[in-house]
Design a protein around this ligand. Structure first.
Ligand SMILES: *[C@@H]1O[C@H](CO)[C@@H](O)[C@H](O)[C@H]1NC(C)=O
Ligand SMILES: *[C@@H]1O[C@H](CO)[C@@H](O)[C@H](O)[C@H]1NC(C)=O
Length: 412
């Protein structure tokens, strides 16, 4: 199998880990910085709206949001459906992708098949998030991607900074409570936020697709060896850096993982995400052209800790001394998911073939909700679905998205 496929598949959801890092990579956004460059580069002209949305006859706005720690995130808004008209107060929905991909990943199928456009056509005001470090969210008020400090974050910072900044912005623009859709890491950061009481005042309800919180049963040989490779707290060895999936060091690292006994990389798609039932091969080709996207090495280390430790906790600095320095405690604080408000409407959709979001781990997650108001929790189990089917399944509209739409409409 071609290496490009190998790398692309690594991005299906989460967690292919790397020893190799590339601190100097900066794409085209690098500035020759003399001292503190406050100069901000304009977003690429051919952003997600132009390449994937307006071509299909939908209105689309490119927006940006600056986080409290200085990252300038790109955000797209599809304010209405293709035919327009209808209600003037459209409920806002925020759609949040997973790790190693960006907002583009939602648009790879036809308009009739992809989630944001289905939501827009059903009367919602749709907002697409792009996590720091991905192609359209690589700017900062004072840092540059070529600087290690630009990559000094894990998913804790997505919880503390990215999500709150985007929620504040969408809430400020619309004056309405937000319906949230997350896939994969997009579910973990939301759950962690809600457990700390963040966002909930601006939140109407949340749909969690292929949820990730506990990862102890991650059922992919490749994922398991990858996570093990990271458990050595790699950042202390390699420093802070970009994880650039298309770079050669990552490629070589993946090849070495695939040489492990018991790791079968021949059918990589299944090896990483589980056996997706319903992908279109043209969509997969498009996916490989657009993804995977960068994240920080520290973020992947943090995810590997989640796999190892079986708890949803903040980043572990390894030595108790460092944890005390950061948290005032020897162990990183836990995100207590039982503290999510019991009356928060939650839709949780998970697949029987998902190797990353294993059924046993989802069951563990649902255990946290045993005191949740019964009529506010809607689990959906889809026997044939694996991790990528939730974003790109050709039948996802019938199987999942119509249910998401109905769930949101029920909350209004
Ligand atoms: C697969 O994608 C191609 C290209 O976008 C499209 O023409 C075809 O209808 C799709 N097949 C299905 C089953 O959606
Ligand atoms: C989480 O919160 C629940 C309810 O507030 C409490 O009973 C439980 O002990 C907490 N768990 C942890 C690990 O702190």
């Amino acid at each position: 199998m071609a290496v490009s496929v190998l790398l692309g598949l690594a991005a299906w959801g989460f967690c292919v880990i790397v020893l190799a890092v590339q601190p100097q990579r900066a794409y085209g956004l690098s500035r020759g910085s003399f001292g503190l460059s406050k100069e901000v580069v304009a977003p690429p002209e051919n952003g997600i709206c132009a390449s994937s949305v307006t071509v299909h006859g939908y209105k689309c706005q490119e927006l940006e949001v600056t986080t409290e720690d200085g990252y300038i995130l790109s955000l797209q808004r599809i304010p209405e459906g293709r035919v327009g008209g209808g209600e003037d107060k459209r409920p806002p929905v925020l759609v949040q992708h997973g790790v190693l991909v960006d907002g583009m990943t939602w648009f790879l199928n036809a308009p009739e098949q992809n989630l944001p456009m289905i939501l827009a056509d059903n009367g919602f005001d749709v907002w697409i998030a792009n996590t720091r470090g991905t192609r359209f969210s690589r700017r900062h008020t004072s840092l540059d991607p070529s600087q290690p400090a630009f990559w000094d974050w894990s998913w804790d910072e997505l919880v503390s900074f990215d999500l709150p900044a985007i929620f504040d912005f969408v809430y400020g623009q619309t004056g309405q409570k937000i319906d949230y859709v997350g896939h994969s890491l997009g579910t973990l950061i939301a759950l962690a936020s809600f457990s700390e009481g963040k966002l909930v005042n601006q939140l109407q309800s949340a749909a969690l697709l292929s949820p990730i919180a506990y990862l102890s049963h991650m059922n992919t040989a490749l994922g398991v060896v990858a996570a093990k490779a990271f458990v050595g707290e790699i950042t202390t060895l390699f420093g802070l850096a970009e994880f650039y999936p298309k770079g050669e060091p990552v490629e070589n690292f993946l090849k070495s993982l695939c040489a492990n006994p018991g790791v079968d990389c021949y059918d990589l798609l299944s090896a990483i995400t589980g056996k997706n039932c319903c992908l279109n091969s043209s969509t997969v080709d498009l996916f490989l052209k657009n993804e995977p996207q960068s994240t920080s090495t520290k973020n992947l280390v943090h995810l590997a800790q989640t796999v190892r430790d079986g708890v949803v906790a903040k980043y572990n600095y390894g030595r108790s001394y460092y944890n005390v320095m950061h948290y005032g405690e020897a162990r990183p604080p836990v995100y207590n998911l039982s503290n999510i408000p019991h009356d928060l409407p939650l839709f949780v959709s998970y697949g029987g073939q998902d190797a990353l979001s294993d059924v046993r781990d989802v069951t563990h997650l649902l255990d946290n909700f045993k005191f949740h108001d019964v009529d506010k929790l809607s689990p959906q189990f889809i026997k044939d679905y694996a991790h990528a089917d939730f974003i790109m399944g050709v039948n996802a509209k019938d199987v999942v998205y119509n249910q998401v739409v109905a769930f949101f409409k029920h909350q209004q």
